[in-house]
Design a protein around this ligand. Structure first.
Ligand SMILES: NC(=O)C1=CN([C@@H]2O[C@H](COP(=O)(O)OP(=O)(O)OC[C@H]3O[C@@H](n4cnc5c(N)ncnc54)[C@H](O)[C@@H]3O)[C@@H](O)[C@H]2O)[C@@H](O)CC1
Ligand SMILES: Nc1ncnc2c1ncn2[C@@H]1O[C@H](COP(=O)(O)OP(=O)(O)O)[C@@H](O)[C@H]1O
Ligand SMILES: [K+]
Length: 541
């Protein structure tokens, strides 16, 4: 599977993505100014195809290019790019896979000397021949469907894609890989994973969402001058620092830093209400990760109101983080934020009740506290939802949605959006990639760690990192995005391509943050440079 990178090296911390309808409307507005958008799009597409041919096949002239052409303008782009490649000496064959094809495109390719074939959808020999052409090509341009796509690819294109889906040669997707839903990234039917996706005018949201991201390859966004015609983006993707184990500029700019004469209380005290006799390790992991993230102090609150002297979990936590305080619920000192739920197995744990029903500080609500948050939402008694960050994985999200009585959705991101709307809290949806959704309607996709991160306790580490950020005054939405990114980068470092366990991820967190803060922030010199930087209040999200 390819991973997504994007070119040119766009400035900024986040890559925005838009809904197909918004891009189509912007296209129309721009077309009305008299610009030949298709010519610009096809020119850029041909340029990237030529570059890929040079990289992969040693040149353009004499190389075999096959165009998969659908009924609309997407096929038109591919045909015109094919004409350009033909003029550069490539052998270009267009396979027309629908009952109609862009007329100007077909004429342009023919005029340049390209070959045009229309395989009969019911003729086995025709399809067989077409599949052979695709398999033997140095480069395939996927121009079957673009933003006009509705559902899985149908007809001859479907049958052909099914036959060639696992071919080895280079694939360039025109605007988007056909079969990928431009809004949700859902893949239906056969899809040719692309080495490069050349997308026009603006990145489509589906190219950045978890399900779509992995068939996009390198993403090239062609500037069509649409900026002034586009509304706010539907979502953003967080960029890394150039490699998965390097933190991106997002962290350098937004991670809270202590000012010069800060003290431990002002820097943020985190209460951790996690772990019990069944799951003591969750407390260790959440506290270790919080300490590694730069919190001023951790107060660990054991189960059942037990004093430190008799609680069996306290000594384990103290061994991992000697500087923390073990304080039973009745005696816990002031905190600026909470982590509640990791490793909490009793639904009636008094710590959960305290944090969700009595406390007013911001809180990360994870694992054993999620259903209680849902139940209290239903009963209308959940306190300060706008200061809560819910961190479910898919299974937990389903259960939360069930308690809330929400309609079943096919896509977990849609379910998460419904949970945000119903609870008024930020939701961080865990998975191979992480998606953060806020009540203000902001959706941020954070590229995940390696699949090795799907391991017990990894979520406890994430909760600790996010809790430290909340304690420092970072708003829940921003804390979620920062924590998920640092967690993923730390996991890449802990893994180095091989197995990891959760405690190793917590160990890497400190180095990831240090590297991010040592990095230069564009226009600001050294990120940590001299002048006091106050914990900010999240207003910049
Ligand atoms: N609008 C513009 O000005 C620009 C459009 N451009 C290109 O035009 C594309 C959009 O063109 P269109 O609106 O013609 O849409 P498409 O080229 O995506 O094709 C949509 C057509 O395919 C058919 N179709 C839809 N879903 C199907 C399915 N599941 N299986 C089989 N056939 C299906 C429908 O008949 C529909 O008319 C963009 O993706 C982009 O490549 C670019 O040239 C840039 C400028
Ligand atoms: N396939 C995967 N690839 C990468 N990261 C994953 C994958 N599956 C889960 N993760 C990440 O691993 C962590 C698992 O958290 P969680 O399910 O809460 O585990 P636990 O409850 O054992 O701590 C999350 O950060 C999640 O995003
Ligand atoms: K396409």
């Amino acid at each position: 599977m390819s991973t997504l990178t994007w070119t040119p090296d766009a400035p900024g911390e986040l890559l925005p993505g838009w809904r197909a309808a918004d891009v189509a409307a912007a296209d129309a507005a721009r077309l009305a100014t008299g610009v030949d958008l298709m010519a610009v799009a096809a020119h850029a597409l041909a340029g990237r195809c030529a570059a890929l041919l040079r990289e992969r096949a040693g040149g353009v002239s004499g190389r075999a290019v096959v165009l998969l052409v659908g009924p609309g303008n997407n096929g038109g782009d591919a045909l015109l790019a094919g004409a350009s490649l033909r003029r550069r000496g490539a052998g270009v064959t267009a396979l027309l896979l629908a009952d109609r094809a862009h007329e100007g495109g077909v004429a342009g390719l023919r005029a340049a000397g390209g070959r045009v074939i229309r395989p009969h959808p019911d003729d086995e020999a025709d399809l067989h021949h077409a599949a052979d052409l695709v398999r033997d090509a140095d480069l395939v341009v996927d121009g079957v469907l673009g933003i006009g796509a509705r559902g899985a690819v149908r007809g001859a294109a479907h049958d052909l894609l099914e036959r060639v889906a696992l071919r080895g040669g280079a694939v360039v997707a025109c605007d988007l890989p056909s079969g990928l839903d431009p809004d949700t990234g859902a893949l239906s039917g056969p899809v040719l994973p692309a080495d490069v996706t050349v997308t026009f005018g603006a990145a489509k949201a589906g190219l950045l969402l978890p399900r779509g991201r992995h068939v996009v390859g390198e993403l090239v966004v062609v500037d069509l001058g649409l900026e002034e015609h586009l509304p706010d983006p539907a979502l953003h993707l967080v960029r890394d620092g150039g490699a998965p184990d390097l933190p991106g500029p997002h962290v350098a700019v937004r991670w809270p830093r202590p000012w010069r004469d800060a003290d431990k209380y002002a820097r943020g005290v985190l209460g951790v209400a996690a772990g019990d006799d069944r799951y003591p390790g969750a407390a260790v992991l959440a506290c270790s990760a919080a300490a590694a993230s730069g919190v001023g102090m951790v107060r660990y609150v054991p189960a059942d109101g037990r004093a430190a002297a008799v609680d069996p979990v306290g000594p384990l936590v103290l061994r991992a983080v000697p500087e923390l305080l073990v304080q039973p619920l009745a005696d816990v000192g002031r905190v600026q934020a909470w982590v509640v739920g990791p490793g909490v197995s009793e639904p009636d744990d008094p710590r959960v009740r305290h944090v969700l029903e009595e406390a007013d500080e911001p809180a990360v609500v994870d694992a054993g506290a999620l259903q209680a948050a849902a139940r209290l939402t239903r009963e209308g008694t959940l306190r300060r939802p706008d200061r809560l960050l819910l961190t479910p994985h898919r299974g937990e999200l389903e259960r939360v949605a069930g308690v809330l009585g929400l309609e079943r959705r096919e896509d977990a991101v849609d379910t998460a959006r419904d949970v945000v709307a119903r609870t008024g809290a930020v939701v961080l949806l865990k998975g191979a990639d992480t998606v953060v959704l806020t009540p203000e309607g902001r959706t941020t996709v954070v590229p995940g760690g390696p699949p090795w991160l799907a391991t017990a306790g990894a979520g406890d580490v994430l909760a600790g990192v996010a809790g430290a950020l909340l304690a420092a005054g970072t708003a829940p939405g921003r804390a979620a995005t920062l924590a998920a990114h640092v967690h993923a980068v730390a996991a890449h470092r802990a893994s180095r391509g091989g197995p990891l366990h959760a405690a190793l991820v917590a160990d890497e967190v400190r180095g990831v943050v240090a590297d991010a803060l040592g990095a230069r922030v564009p226009g600001e010199g050294l990120a940590s440079g001299g002048a006091p930087v106050l914990w900010d209040d999240g207003a910049r999200d």
